[in-house]
Design a protein around this ligand. Structure first.
Ligand SMILES: Cc1ncc(COP(=O)(O)O)c(C=O)c1O
Length: 378
C-alpha cells in the first residue's frame, strides 16, 4: 500500500455488467456510451498518414510550420479569427492537453492551486487538476448548462490557475456565452481555456462567418487571456491518430509551447501531415455533420417511443436524457435489457447531474437500424 494517489476506476469500466446484460438479452451490443468516432476519414487524410518520410525525423513539438499554417487558415475560414503563427501550436489530441494543463500552469503560477471547471462536464478537467495535486472546484451550471461564474467563491477565484469552458458541451450539448466568459476571465485575471473540440457540430446559433455552419470560438472576443483548444478527433474522425491544436493568448501559448518542447510532447510526423490534409478539406466535415444530425434525430425518436424526453442538443453528438424518477442507472439498465444499447449514467460527468444518461450517437446507421428493429419487435 502506498499513501499516494490511487487512480479511481475508469468510469466506462463500470459499464461491464450492463454490457453483459445486453449481450445475454440480444447478442449484439450497440455501444452508445463512449464518444468515439466510427466513420471513415477522407482518403487524402489516410494517404497522408502513410507517408513514411515524415516519420524519419523528430517532428517539431509545436507542430510543423505547414501544420500551424493549416490550423490558422482553418481558424480564419471557419471561425473568422486571424491567429498569428506564434500563438498557435499542436497537441497530441486534446485530452493530453486538458489533463496536463494544471501541472504546467502551476509551474507558471506556483502561488495558485485551483482549477475551475463546469460542474457537469467531460471528466478530464477535474482529473487533470487531481493529477497535478491541485484543487478541482466545479462551477455550477444554469438550466441551459451554461457556467454560472457569479457562483464562484471569490476565494477560489483568487487561487484559480484557469477556468475551463466547453462549448458545445459534452455531455449536455449546451452552448455557453463565450464573450461573457472571456470578459469574466480578464476582469479577474484568470485564464479561460475554451475546449471547442465539438465546434464543427454546432446545431444552433449564428455562424461566425457568412455562409459557414454555426459554431463560435472564444477567440472572436480577442486573444488576450484566453486559449481555445481544438481537436481533429471528432471533426475528421481521427481520434486514433491523435492530433489537435491550441491557440490564443501570446504569453500563455508561448509558455506552453516551450514547456511542452522540454517534456517531449510531439504529434507524430505522419499524423501532422494527415492533420494538414484534414484541415484543408471541409467537404468531409459537412458529410459528418449530416450523419450526426440524422443519427441524433433517429435515436431521439427511438427514445421518444419509449416515453423518454431526448431533446436535440445545441451542439455535439450526445443526447442528454433525463431519467424517469432521476434513476440514471435504472434507465441505463432498462435500455441494455430492452434494446441491447449501452449508455452512460450522468454521474460519469460530475455529481451535479446524477439523474441523466448520455447517449453518444457514434455508431453506424446499421446499428441504429438494429435498435429500431428491436424497438418494433421485428
Ligand atoms: C469535451 C472533450 N474534450 C476533449 C476530448 C478529448 O478528445 P481528443 O483527445 O481525442 O482530442 C473529448 C473526447 O471525448 C471531449 O469530449
Amino acid at each position: 500500500m502506498t499513501a499516494g494517489f490511487v487512480p479511481p476506476p475508469y468510469p466506462y469500466d463500470r459499464l461491464q455488467p450492463l454490457i453483459e446484460l445486453a449481450r445475454r438479452e440480444h447478442g449484439e451490443v450497440v455501444d452508445l456510451s463512449i464518444g468515439t468516432p466510427c466513420d471513415p476519414p477522407p482518403q487524402a487524410v489516410v494517404d497522408a498518414l502513410a507517408q513514411s518520410a515524415a516519420a524519419r525525423s523528430y517532428p517539431p513539438s509545436i507542430g510543423t510550420a505547414a501544420f500551424r499554417s493549416a490550423a490558422c487558415d482553418w481558424y480564419e475560414r471557419r471561425l473568422g479569427v486571424q491567429v498569428p503563427d506564434a500563438q498557435m501550436a499542436a497537441c497530441i489530441g486534446s485530452k493530453e492537453l486538458v489533463a496536463g494543463l494544471p501541472h504546467w500552469l502551476r509551474l507558471r503560477r506556483p502561488d495558485r492551486d485551483t482549477v475551475l471547471y463546469p460542474a457537469v462536464s467531460y471528466p478530464s478537467y477535474e482529473m487533470g487538476a487531481l493529477l497535478a495535486g491541485c484543487r478541482a472546484v466545479p462551477v455550477p451550471v444554469d438550466e441551459q448548462w451554461r457556467l454560472d461564474v457569479t457562483a464562484i467563491d471569490p476565494a477560489d477565484v483568487e487561487r484559480a490557475l484557469c477556468l475551463w469552458s466547453n462549448t458545445p458541451a459534452n455531455p449536455t450539448g449546451g452552448l455557453d456565452d463565450l464573450g461573457a466568459l472571456a470578459a469574466w476571465g480578464r476582469r479577474h485575471g484568470v485564464p479561460v481555456f475554451s475546449d471547442e473540440c465539438y465546434v464543427e457540430f454546432t446545431w444552433q446559433g449564428e455562424p461566425a462567418v457568412p455562409g459557414a455552419a454555426p459554431g463560435r470560438s472564444i477567440l472572436e472576443h480577442g486573444l488576450d487571456g484566453v486559449v481555445a483548444v481544438h481537436s481533429l478527433s471528432k471533426r475528421s474522425n481521427l481520434a486514433g491518430a491523435r492530433v489537435g491544436f491550441y491557440a490564443g493568448d501570446a504569453e500563455l501559448v508561448d509558455f506552453l509551447r516551450e514547456v511542452r518542447k522540454h517534456a517531449g510532447f510531439m504529434v507524430p510526423g505522419p499524423t501532422q501531415l494527415a492533420g494538414i490534409a484534414a484541415l484543408d478539406d471541409d467537404t468531409h466535415v459537412r458529410a459528418q455533420r449530416e450523419r450526426y444530425h440524422h443519427r441524433l434525430e433517429r435515436v431521439a425518436g427511438i427514445l421518444g417511443e419509449l416515453g423518454l424526453d431526448a431533446p436535440m442538443p445545441g451542439g455535439g453528438f450526445y443526447l442528454w436524457v433525463p431519467a424517469p424518477q432521476g434513476d440514471a442507472w435504472g434507465l441505463a439498465e432498462s435500455l441494455a435489457q430492452r434494446l441491447g444499447v449501452i449508455v452512460s449514467p450522468g454521474e460519469f460527468y460530475g455529481s451535479s447531474a446524477p439523474g441523466y444518461v448520455r447517449v453518444a450517437v457514434v455508431q453506424p446507421d446499421e446499428q441504429i437500424d438494429l435498435l429500431a428493429r428491436r424497438l418494433s419487435g421485428s
